[in-house]
Design a protein around this ligand. Structure first.
Ligand code: FES
Length: 114
């Protein structure tokens, strides 16, 4: 496991998401509240839209293209049209920054094409 520093926390306001690149993959980092940040693959499993362009609601991120909402812990879609999960990655806050371990995937979702 190798956590990499991807963002200063001050650059990720509560309720917003940003895309970062790790290991050649786009990773969506989403801030739910002051101390909660989640990391998932940025590519929607429906038609490969960028999830970081979407909206955070509770523990989900909603794709801006067609509205599927994905659980940020399980990666599972909670609404159509997406039916496949997205990868979820280990993520933590430390030293005023967001750290992600892209090699530590927390579910078995296939990495989407992008
Ligand atoms: S591209 Fe995300 S729901 Fe269609």
């Amino acid at each position: 496991m190798v956590f990499e520093r991807v963002l200063d926390l001050e650059d990720l306001p509560v309720g917003q998401a940003r895309v970062v690149e790790l290991g050649g993959e786009p990773i969506c980092v989403a801030r739910l509240d002051e101390q909660t940040v989640k990391a998932v693959h940025d590519t929607c499993s429906h038609q490969q839209y960028s999830l970081s362009d979407g909206w955070i609601d509770d523990n989900t991120i909603e794709c801006a293209k067609h509205g599927s909402a994905f659980d940020l812990d399980t990666g599972d879609p909670e609404s159509l049209p997406a039916v496949k999960p997205i990868p979820v990655y280990a993520c933590e806050l430390r030293d005023g920054a967001v750290w992600v371990d892209q090699a530590d995937q927390r579910n078995d979702a296939p990495v989407p094409r992008h």
